[in-house]
Design a protein around this ligand. Structure first.
Ligand SMILES: C[S@@+](CC[C@H](N)C(=O)[O-])C[C@H]1O[C@@H](n2cnc3c(N)ncnc32)[C@H](O)[C@@H]1O
Length: 407
């Protein structure tokens, strides 16, 4: 994995990348900027990786897939590495744990905490750790990072307490071991899965619970080991035999057999009147639906299905009894951008579409122009102190809350 490259060229590419990360607000501190200027990303990528990808702003590189082709390990995209380093609020001399390794982010961490700091980087996969160790060695960082094979769910015996823990793999919950190993004022940065929608959240510990400081949109490979989760997937065959899949995070509605044959029914559309300008992100609408829409699920469709052939649909749906509706967009009148709506199937398709449109309108009234905050209350903390205007989501080891500030 040691690439022979033109050092001048890659130094220039690092400068260009740093400038873009600064412009986009992903790098905010001189320490993170210096780390990105110093560490040669290409040394942590597969040999044949194009340098334009290596130094791309938002290009992740998959380094391992499972038997079904699902990405299990990757080198994260530069923008989210930078953002997570900033969210960790690191200082020289700090002790930091990285969950999910590969070497590159560990090298950045080592640069930021400096020679008086300590970096521990773990991965459940021995191959990833071998690769990380040899790449860190190649750039002369092996003495600055301890890499080891471990399942993060169980923490890292003999290490800590940590000033910061950065989790770089999709987590459904906050493992109790992380909180046991986090300092009283420590920072936990993790991609948290909330009913099928992931947000990277920076949390700072506040007594017995965690309070969010900021969030970022990103996708991550799934957690393996004791903290892994199995989604519930409902397959809906089209008359052609091709399938549409509904994936539920935890609470799949009872009596799903009511959806048998649903794709053979006529499609209906309901539009919300809620519009968005072209090019503006509506990722928070997905988050809103994940928190508030009953029967929320992810939607995917085989190539060749009628659904896959449609334009401007998004992989989020709601199921209501014998119907399901999914999020759609159409051009709004008089150049007002695009309008959100729902397309639906089944005997209860109208009900499902109405439920989705109701939530689109609720998001527009109460969430659209603000950003949510989160808190995590581990089991054993005092839930009586949860703010009255927060909405609660149960997790295995505690509860997560979301609040949308009033405008
Ligand atoms: C996105 S990659 C890590 C990327 C790396 N931090 C970087 O920035 O280049 C996620 C890694 O998490 C690892 N992983 C998955 N489940 C884990 C677990 N329970 N404990 C430790 N590592 C885990 C995977 O093997 C994978 O290598």
């Amino acid at each position: 994995m040691v690439q022979v490259v033109d050092a001048e060229r890659t130094a220039e590419m690092r400068d260009v990348l740093v400038a873009e990360l600064r412009t986009q607000g992903m790098i905010m501190s001189d320490a993170v900027e210096a780390a990105f200027r110093r560490v040669p990303r290409e040394q942590f990528m597969p040999d044949d990786t194009d340098l334009a990808v290596v130094y791309g702003y938002d290009r992740s590189v998959v380094t391992k897939r499972d038997g079904h082709g699902r990405a299990m390990s990757s080198v994260s995209a530069a923008y989210i590495q930078a953002r997570m380093l900033e969210l960790a609020d690191l200082r020289p001399g700090m002790t930091v744990l990285e969950v999910g390794s590969g070497g590159l982010n560990a090298a950045y961490l080592a640069e930021v905490v400096g020679s008086q700091g300590r970096v521990v980087s773990i991965d459940i996969d021995p191959e990833v750790i071998d690769r990380a160790a040899s790449a860190l060695d190649a750039i002369g960082h092996s003495s600055r990072v301890r890499v080891l094979v471990a399942d993060a769910e169980r923490g890292v015996p003999g290490e800590g307490p940590f000033d910061a823990i950065i989790v770089t793999v999709g987590a459904w919950d906050v493992a109790p071991a992380w909180l046991r190993q986090l300092r009283p004022d420590g920072v936990l940065v993790l991609p948290l899965i909330m009913n099928n929608v992931t947000r990277v959240i920076g949390f700072r510990r506040d007594g017995d619970h965690l309070v969010s400081t900021a969030t970022e949109v990103a996708g991550f490979v799934p957690m393996q080991g004791d903290g892994s989760r199995t989604d519930q997937v409902l397959e809906l065959p089209e008359p052609s035999g091709r399938k549409v899949r509904l994936t539920f995070d935890s609470d799949a509605p009872a009596n799903m057999s009511q959806l048998d044959g649903v794709l053979a029914t006529d499609q209906i559309e309901v539009w919300s009147g809620v519009t968005i300008e072209h090019g503006v992100s509506f990722a928070d609408l997905h988050l809103w639906l994940a928190w508030y829409a009953d029967g929320f699920c992810r939607l995917s469709a085989d190539e060749g299905t009628a659904l896959a052939a449609q334009k401007r649909w998004f992989p989020f749906a709601v199921v209501q009894e014998a119907g399901f509706a999914y999020l759609a967009l159409r051009d709004a009148l008089e150049g007002a951008g695009a309008e959100f709506g729902a397309r639906a199937y089944g005997a209860d398709g109208q009900v499902a579409a109405a439920a989705m449109v109701e939530q689109i309108r609720a998001w527009d009234r109460e969430g659209h122009r603000t950003s949510p905050t989160f808190a995590y209350w581990p089991t054993g903390s005092d839930p009586a102190r949860i703010s009255a205007d927060a909405t609660v989501m149960d997790k295995t080891h505690g509860v997560l809350t979301i609040s949308w500030p009033r405008e």
